[in-house]
Design a protein around this ligand. Structure first.
Ligand code: IVH
Length: 718
């Protein structure tokens, strides 16, 4: 550190604290970090060094004294709608709908780990332990899973609660989401239920906590990002952000489709019957809890270092992201003896892998136009090997990111591939900047159709507003329309481009007037391929309404939301007639989505297109099979749903509709029932009491509609 005076130190400390808090917020709350972990750790180290050198500036609320927080600074337990009240202040790659969850105090603080990037410091960690402890000790070496921390409580063998780290002292209660992660058992496995545990197995304590990481394997991450790009949402930067964004999803149903996994690595509780950490984790595994298969006991720091070196290479072939190795003293009595600092245990540390990074020249920047008109800058690089692949292109995300990096064409840029699949440019090597290097010029006009671009402040993205006739957007809409989860028409991007270039398709209904004769005139078409294509178009007329709604490509409305809206409204006409208030009554719909729906239906060309597609025979209503009206028991009744149930809220709402009832979002004088599950919103309960609205439980609701949820197949209604 350069020598600086007291005044500069005070200024620098103030600056670093602010910066670190900002990055903590970007990382934990928005799930959209703008610097790498490595850069963050460098800032933190600098602050630590300054605070050590100038103790008079020490402060209990310095970021060096507490862990980052994923809480959003509101302690109401009402679930907040996305986008209507600032809850979705997240930019960039976070999920727009950020939910509110009840905040619950941690029984034991949830701390972070000290970390190092050098083997030398690992030896120092060992030397500190050896100084404090006289008896022999061993280590548990484990992979550092790059996900989001979770704390599970089991009572009497059942999952009681799942909390995020939060600010370390209290976390968000995400139980309703966590129950949708298949790896996490809701009921533990006993050797032989009801009898004393079999010999050699440890009985399950009455109550214990087990902490670990929820993470998204690379495969699931790639799939999710593909889907997000398809619906015009910004992709997640890396699997960690995707995992923590998913954990805060408002719609627990959607969790199931995200392919999250979990690994548990730290057990806590009163009077647990274990002498070592490894014993505790082995017992957890025997109860059916997911633990890492890659951990290893080490008898010395040399064995620890051998493990670190082995996994520095081996981790690259793992199907999930790791960002280091965690080393823990194995003996629990010695852990207690070593204790904690304000932020982390003295008995454990993390060795972090430096993200692999290469330096390569930036050749040019392309600007790609997506189906929703979003313009994404993409860097073309001098091809360079990185982590086993040749990197030629890297995303620059948006104009803000380009300005932040201050990149110039011809610059040598650092390219990194940490947990990310898409490589990213992290910095510029200024010492190598050519004298004549020029800043790339972010276009003012659409590179495809020349229309002046507009900036969407919310997403920090530029858009081409010419959705009517911008060729890239039109082709993008067709590509989305024909995709498997939409109309499932046998064609690919190249076919769409060919049909577009031949002037045969401009609007979605044009697809249905194509003839074999027209196709056979085009290059590469034969009778058989034309027949198959036309047959798949014909079949698409039977595609059910929820998928047709997805195919229309309304901004922010993806597969899951389309299915939910289709179930809620029953038909496109009912949806088109909905007011903003009607839309906002739906739990999962916030201001951004409601406006996107209203804007879409307000456009005359969309109305015309719907009529043409209707005449062609596409499904614009839920079929009888899909709606399955079960009874009229709730005809005329208005039901508000709040809290958690044994089934998802969507299923509850579908049941209300299936029995003739109407679901609304808020309690008013015209509400017939407030259907209150576990942790129902206190505001709603108070209002119901005040207005004399009958509050019914899940059980009472089933009695009312004469329904047994256990005998109803899960997917009858969907
Ligand atoms: S032990 C008292 N073990 O890394 C600390 N943490 O940077 C107990 N992590 O907060 C944590 N893999 O979220 C532990 N095998 C592992 C881990 C692990 C990932 C995360 C965890 C922790 C963070 C620290």
């Amino acid at each position: 550190m350069a020598k600086i005076g007291k005044k500069e130190a005070a200024e620098r400390i103030g600056f670093l604290r602010k910066e670190l808090e900002r990055h903590n917020y970007n990382y934990y709350v928005l799930n959209a970090p703008v610097i790498s972990d490595f850069e963050f750790d460098l800032l933190m180290q600098e602050l630590q060094a300054l605070e050590k050198r100038w103790p008079e500036f020490a402060s209990a609320d310095s970021p060096t004294m507490h862990v980052g927080s994923d809480l959003e600074g509101n302690d109401s337990d009402e679930v907040r709608k996305p986008g209507v009240d600032g809850a979705s202040g997240a930019k960039g790659d976070s999920d727009a709908p950020v939910a509110k969850f009840a905040q619950v105090a941690h029984r034991y603080p949830m701390l972070s780990l000290g970390n190092t990037y050098s083997l030398e410091e690992l030896r120092e960690f060992d030397a500190r332990i050896a100084k404090d402890i006289t008896s022999p000790y061993t280590f548990s070496c484990e992979l550092k899973f790059d996900g989001t921390a979770i704390c599970l409580t089991y009572r009497n063998g059942r999952l009681l609660r799942a909390l995020t780290r939060g600010d370390g002292t209290k976390g968000d209660d995400v139980t309703r989401n966590v129950v949708n992660i298949p790896a996490i058992p809701q009921v533990l496995r006993v050797a032989d239920a009801g009898t004393p545990a079999a010999p050699g197995t440890t009985p399950i304590p009455e109550e214990f906590e087990i902490r670990g990481e929820i993470y998204m394997p690379f495969e699931a991450f790639k799939r999710l990002n593909r889907e997000r790009e398809e619906i015009g949402e910004a992709p997640f930067a890396n699997p960690r952000n995707a995992a923590s964004g998913s954990l805060k999803l408002q719609n627990p149903e959607e969790m199931r489709t995200r392919g999250l996994d979990c690994v548990l690595y730290h057990m806590l509780g009163e009077n647990l019957p274990f002498k070592t950490h490894i014993e505790a984790i082995e017992a957890a595994a025997s109860w059916g809890l997911p633990v890492s298969e890659y951990s290893r006991k080490a008898g010395s720091i040399d064995e620890v270092i051998a493990y670190v070196q082995e996994w520095d290479t081996r981790r690259k072939s793992l199907p999930f992201a790791t960002d280091g190795i965690v080393i823990k003293v194995n003996e629990l009595d010695l852990q207690r003896q070593l204790g904690f600092t304000a932020k982390s245990p003295r008995w454990a540390t993390a060795y972090k892998f430096k993200p692999e990074s290469v330096l390569t020249p930036l050749l040019s920047v392309d600007y790609q136009v997506g189906r929703t008109g979003a313009v994404t800058p993409v860097a073309n690089l001098e091809p360079v090997p990185l982590s086993g692949t040749i990197v030629k292109r890297a995303s620059l995300h948006n104009k803000d990111q380009m300005d932040l990096l201050d990149i110039h064409i011809g610059d040598w840029v650092y390219v990194e591939k940490g947990g990310e699949i898409i490589p990213k440019i992290t910095a510029v090597e200024l010492s190598k900047r050519p004298a004549d290097a020029q800043r790339p010029h972010f276009p003012e006009r659409c590179p495809d159709c020349g229309t002046p671009l507009v900036r969407d402040e919310d997403q920090a993205r530029h858009y081409c507003p010419n959705s009517d006739s911008c060729p890239e957007q039109i082709k993008g809409r067709f590509i989305h329309f024909i995709s498997r989860k939409a109309m499932d028409i046998l064609a690919g991007d190249a076919t769409i481009a060919q049909l577009y270039d031949a002037g045969l398709i401009r609007e979605l209904p044009d697809l249905y007037s194509l003839t074999a004769e027209q196709l056979l005139k085009l290059e590469g078409w034969q009778q058989k391929s034309a027949d198959n294509f036309l047959a798949s178009l014909e079949n698409s007329k039977r595609v059910p309404f929820p998928r047709v709604l997805n195919a229309l490509g309304i901004r922010h409305i993806g597969e899951t939301t389309a299915r939910m809206l289709a179930t809620h409204f029953g038909s496109l006409d009912a949806m088109a007639a909905a007011s903003r208030e009607d839309l906002l009554q739906i739990d999962e719909i916030g201001g951004i989505m409601a406006d996107a729906i209203l804007d879409w239906f307000a456009a005359p060309r969309h109305r015309e297109m719907i009529e043409k597609l209707r005449a062609i025979g596409l499904q614009f209503e839920m079929s009888a099979e899909e709606t399955r009206r079960l009874s009229d028991t709730l005809a005329g009744a208005t039901v508000v749903v709040s809290g958690n149930f044994t089934v998802s809220r969507e299923e509850m709402k579908a049941l209300i509709a299936a029995h003739g009832g109407k679901n609304t979002g808020s309690v008013s004088g015209s509400t017939t029932y407030l259907l209150a599950g576990e942790k129902a919103g206190p505001e709603k309960l108070r209002k119901a009491e005040k207005l004399g609205v009958k509050v019914i439980s899940e059980e009472e609701f089933y009695q009312l509609i004469n329904h047994t949820n256990t005998t109803t197949p899960q997917n009858t209604l969907f």
